[in-house]
Ligand binder design. Structure first.
Ligand code: DOR
Ligand code: ZN
Length: 357
């Protein structure tokens, strides 16, 4: 049995988004597309440039600017794990309602140059986070290096020992392994208790390595992997048990940064159609027999898209619903604003539409 033609679901939560500097041209362009996708709560990444968000005051200022763009969205804010952060700043963060601290291994991805080389200098900060219930959000990749035999294909697997070590040292710390892309990560996250979860993006549910090697708009970190890995991600969506929820890692870059001179910027822009892409990927997964059609229940969709993420971050359940309809809209060729142009994932293709009820 294929999917139904439409689903009425609670408003979604997207627990991993890049909105870029606010005020700023890309934030102005992409922030209004959050609700377009059927989402009303987002966890906002702190990897701004030229300066990441490393203090509570900066995070609150950033939040005010985002609220000025769309006050209807709930913005969960984060700090960038950095040597300037102290245990006291963590306690201040808790009081200020900051939800998490994002760790970027230095050199692993966009704006990670201020990131972590070793977690050891951060143990006191992690201890304070464990005590305060502040989430540790992990970009789970070892930096690529020929010397350590790490490439984009095994970078995530090479990070898993670090995850295991952190879980062992800080057994009560709430940890999110962000944007899981491998069967090994799914298995590892499942092996821990409720305090360790994983986010899964919309695009990793449909992409493989061959798709980004041929198209810069599909390239991101961590990059999409093998058919076996994709099957594990699809299975994690429909058999989440609260361990996996949506975090799109929507990562807008100006068209010139994707297609200009030099290396392309890592990041896939999925914000405006996040829910539609997930439903499209599930349908395609059923068509390939990667997942069983009857595994895609309404309860599984509600859990993955809305309930599990809110529960993990202590956000109240959604009060509004969204109606998703098969092939109800065509993805725009690009989003153009004052001083920015961003090409969305699956530009020009059909996907599910979203209407607020
Ligand atoms: O592809 C990515 N883009 N991965 C990340 O981790 C960061 C993001 C960005 O900020 O563009
Ligand atoms: Zn990200």
């Amino acid at each position: 049995m294929p999917l139904k033609d439409s689903y009425l679901l609670p408003a979604a939560a997207d627990m991993h988004v890049h909105l870029r500097n606010a005020p700023g041209p890309i934030a102005q362009l992409v922030t209004p597309t959050i609700r377009q996708a059927g989402v009303d709560v987002v966890f906002v990444m702190p990897n701004l440039a030229p300066r990441p968000v490393v203090s509570v005051d900066e995070a609150l200022e950033y939040k005010r600017h985002l609220q000025a763009i769309d006050p209807e969205v709930t913005y969960l804010m984060s700090l960038y794990l950095h040597s300037s952060i102290t245990p006291d700043e963590i306690r201040k963060a808790k009081k200020a309602g900051i939800a998490g601290v994002k760790a970027y291994p230095k050199g692993a991805t966009t704006n990670s140059e201020w990131g972590v080389v070793s977690f050891e200098p951060f143990y006191e900060v992690l201890k304070a986070m464990e005590e305060e219930g502040i989430v540790l959000n992990l970009h789970g990749e070892a930096p690529c290096s020929a010397a350590t035999d790490v490439t984009v294909m095994n970078a995530e697997i090479k990070f898993l020992p670090t995850l295991m070590d952190l879980v062992q040292r800080f057994p009560k710390l709430k940890i999110v392994l962000e944007h899981c892309t491998t069967a090994d990560s799914v298995k590892t996250v499942r092996s821990f208790g409720k305090n360790v979860v994983g986010t899964i993006t919309a695009h990793h549910l449909s992409l493989l390595v061959d798709d980004w090697s041929a198209n810069v708009n599909n390239y991101c970190k961590p990059s999409a992997k093998t058919p076996q890995d994709r099957r594990a991600l699809l299975d994690a969506v429909v058999n989440s048990n609260g361990k996996f929820f949506l975090g799109t890692d929507s990562a807008p870059h100006d068209i010139t940064a994707k297609r200009g001179k030099g290396n392309t910027a890592a990041g896939v822009f999925t914000q405006p159609y996040a829910l539609g892409y997930v439903l499209t990927a599930l349908e395609e997964g059923i068509a390939r027999s990667d997942i069983a059609a009857d595994a895609v229940t309404e309860a599984a969709l509600r859990g993955f898209l809305s309930e599990h993420g809110r529960a993990f971050y202590g956000v109240a359940p959604a009060t509004r619903n969204v109606l998703l309809t098969r092939d109800g809209q065509t993805v725009a060729e690009s989003f153009k604003g004052e001083g920015a142009e961003v090409v969305p994932f699956r530009a020009g293709e059909q996907t599910w539409s979203v209407e607020w009820q």
